[in-house]
Each structure stands twice: as structure tokens, then as C-alpha cells.
Write a protein that binds this ligand. Structure first.
Ligand code: FAD
Length: 339
């Protein structure tokens, strides 16, 4: 079926090292599928510091993290990787023919001869507020990120949090929404001061309503559709905010999750690998980038790139046992679509 896939190498994690592994595998004739819990590629570069310049990527005196990711994706594109984003890898099992089967939280399964774990510090996911029945509203009227502002046209929206995302959307959503509340547990916001000042000006002119200092306390609604969010202050005073949508912006957390149970040798949350191949204790599973460790490991993007090259060369004999691998430079080989 369209949810059961087969490929040469499955890559878990679409951060910088996972993306470069697509390229390295591609250069050796191996097809790849890539899974990431985030909705976008780029791992930490996208989720934590897209606008910061990086100064230690060889050949780039300075490159914004988001720009590096764009370039890596472009470099990988000729090899037609298949991306499965917005889903976590939940299971990893041996197959009868000595390959591996990866299963995702959206019900996709991918079988391949080898797996590259480029999983960083684990799967990225939102910090979720501790509210009863939260799951039943998620994806229907509770969202952790805004894909299209239009989705909230003429709706009443509660934004919760005090960081950049909360403040940015508090400035932007009043242009389409019917009503915007901003709930934060204290009157101090962690976002850029100019943005906070602009948000306060919108509150003064009545375009948004600040519910401060209050915390989320409960949800009411039916069949996943919210009708109100209940908030409480430190004295226990409650308020009921009638709303269609709740946007909790409490940042991202990482979750090593099932990786911890897959039988690797872990050293403080990192997977021990053979530094000459990046193979783990499990035959056919390789780990690269921040998740991998060995003596004197440096957690740098440039080391992850080199590990991707080593893993791909080691994997070649698993995918093509009959073929001898002749080492070749990219300058003599070229890439698809270039002459
Ligand atoms: P990550 O970028 O962490 O990506 C891993 C991906 O795997 C994530 O997207 C995650 O969602 C996904 N994943 C994990 N588990 C699962 C699962 N079970 N299912 C689905 N998906 C999963 N490095 C430098 O070299 N130079 C710098 O100047 C630099 N500056 C930095 C500044 C900051 C603020 C930070 C936070 C880091 C910086 N780093 C820098 C470090 C660099 O970002 C990391 O070394 C790099 O991102 C590691 O890449 P990676 O591909 O191994 O993992």
C-alpha cells in the first residue's frame, strides 16, 4: 500500500547531518527516505536558531542556519529523497532478510537494508501544557504552530506564552481574527523589546486583550472543538475566555523516546559508534551527528558531515553486496542533472 515503503537507506532525522547523508548515499547510488518529527527539515538549525550566522562551515565565512539548510536540501534534491515529516519514528525492528523496518507515528513503514540515525538530541516536539483532555482538541482547535494565518479568519483565538512566537502572533493575528487574547503567567515577556512594545500598543488600542498574570487551567468544548479556555491567577481567581482556538507557545522539547529502548550502547543519551564507520552495536544501523559518540567526539556540524560520508561508504556493501566500491571524487563522478 502507499504507506508501506521500501528503499535502500532510511534516515531518521532531517537535521544538517541527515540531509547531507541523503547526498552521500545518493552519490553512491543509494536511494533514501528521511523521517522527522518536525514539520520542516533542518533540525536544530531550523527549530532553534534559523537566523543566527554560523561561522565554522568550511567554505562559508558566515551562513545563516536557515540558509545552510536550504543549500543542503538543494544539494540533496537531485537524488530524489522521500521526506516523511511531522511524524516520529516509533519502532525499529529487524526484518526476516536482515534489513530493518522503521514505523512512524502516522502509520508509515519503511523497510531498508540500513538505517542512519541522525537524530540529534531526539525528536523535537512542542512543550504541551498540562491540561485535562488536551489530546482530544489537538489538531482540531489546539495548535502548536501556525501554518496559515488565514485559518484563523473571523475566529476567536487564545494565544498562551511569553516568548517570540506568542508575541509575533499576537501582533499578526488581529489582522484576520475576530478576537485575540494573550495569556501569560507574568507581565514580563521574553521576546524582542520592540515586538513587546508593539504588542502592548495593540492592547492599548483594544485590538488584543492581555490576560496577565494568568495561567491556562482548563478547556471546555465538544468533539475536539473548543468553546472556552479557563484561566486562573495565583490567587485562584478564574476567568472563562470564550474561544474557537488555543495556540500554546511554550517552546520545543526534545524526546529521545523509543531510541533509548532500541538496544544501543548509550553514553549519557548518546549512541556509541565505531568511529571508522559510524556503525552502532546493531548491524546495519549507523549513527551520525549529535546523537553519535566516540572518544573525543566534537558535536559540530562539520564532523556530522564527515560521519555521513563514512557511514554511506560503509553501508554500500550492505545495499550492494555483489558490487565492489571504487572510491571516486565528486569532480570525476558529477551529480544527476549536471553535465
Ligand atoms: P539535529 O539538528 O538535532 O536534528 C535531529 C533531527 O532528528 C531533529 O529534527 C529531530 O526532530 C529528529 N528526530 C530525532 N528523533 C526522531 C524520531 N524518533 N523520529 C523522528 N524524528 C526524530 N554547530 C556548529 O557546527 N557550529 C555552530 O556555530 C553552531 N551553533 C549552534 C547554536 C545553537 C544555538 C545551537 C542550539 C546549536 C549550534 N550548533 C552549532 C550545533 C548544531 O546545530 C548541531 O551540531 C547540529 O544541528 C546537529 O545536527 P544533527 O543533524 O546531528 O541533529
Amino acid at each position: 500500500s502507499e504507506k508501506n515503503h521500501q528503499t535502500d537507506v532510511t534516515i531518521i532525522g532531517a537535521g544538517p547531518t541527515g540531509l547531507f547523508a541523503v547526498f552521500q548515499c545518493g552519490m553512491l547510488g543509494m536511494r533514501t527516505h528521511v523521517v522527522d518529527a518536525l514539520e520542516a527539515t533542518g533540525g536544530q538549525c531550523t527549530a532553534l536558531y534559523p537566523e543566527k550566522p554560523i561561522y565554522d562551515i568550511p567554505g562559508f565565512p558566515s551562513v545563516a542556519a536557515a540558509e545552510l539548510i536550504e543549500q543542503l536540501e538543494q544539494q540533496a534534491a537531485p537524488f530524489d529523497p522521500v521526506y516523511h515529516l511531522d511524524q516520529q519514528v516509533t519502532a525499529l525492528e529487524r526484518t526476516a532478510d536482515l534489513g530493518w523496518k522503521v514505523t512512524t507515528s502516522k502509520g508509515h513503514s519503511i523497510t531498508s537494508k540500513a538505517v542512519i540515525l541522525a537524530a540529534g538530541a531526539g525528536a523535537f516536539g512542542p512543550n504541551r501544557p498540562p491540561l485535562a483532555n488536551l489530546e482530544s482538541y489537538e489538531g482540531k482547535s489546539v495548535f502548536y504552530l501556525v501554518k496559515r494565518r488565514e485559518d484563523f479568519r473571523d475566529k476567536s483565538v487564545v494565544i498562551a506564552g511569553g516568548g517570540d512566537s506568542a508575541v509575533d502572533w499576537a501582533m499578526s493575528l488581529p489582522q484576520v481574527a475576530k478576537k485575540v487574547y494573550v495569556v501569560h503567567r507574568r507581565d514580563k515577556f521574553r521576546a524582542a523589546p520592540e515586538s513587546v512594545a508593539r504588542m502592548r500598543a495593540l492592547a492599548d488600542s483594544g485590538e488584543i486583550e492581555m490576560i496577565v498574570p494568568y495561567q491556562l487551567h482548563g478547556l471546555t468544548g465538544e468533539n475536539g472543538q473548543l468553546d472556552a479556555v479557563i484561566v486562573k491567577d495565583l490567587e485562584g481567581n478564574e476567568r472563562t475566555l470564550e474561544t474557537d482556538v488555543l495556540l500554546p507557545f511554550y517552546g520545543l522539547a526534545t524526546d529521545l523516546g523509543p531510541i533509548a529502548d532500541w538496544g544501543f550502547t548509550l553514553e549519557r543519551g548518546h549512541i556509541l559508534v565505531d568511529p571508522t564507520t559510524c556503525e552502532t552495536r546493531q548491524q546495519g544501523i549507523f549513527a551520525i551527528g549529535d546523537i553519535a559518540t566516540y572518544k573525543n567526539k566534537l558535536k559540530l556540524i562539520l564532523c556530522g558531515f564527515s560521519e555521513a560520508a563514512m557511514a554511506a561508504h560503509a553501508i554500500h556493501s550492505l545495499v550492494f553486496p555483489e558490487q565492489e566500491l571504487h572510491f571516486q571524487y565528486s569532480t570525476s563522478k558529477g551529480v544527476p542533472g549536471e553535465s
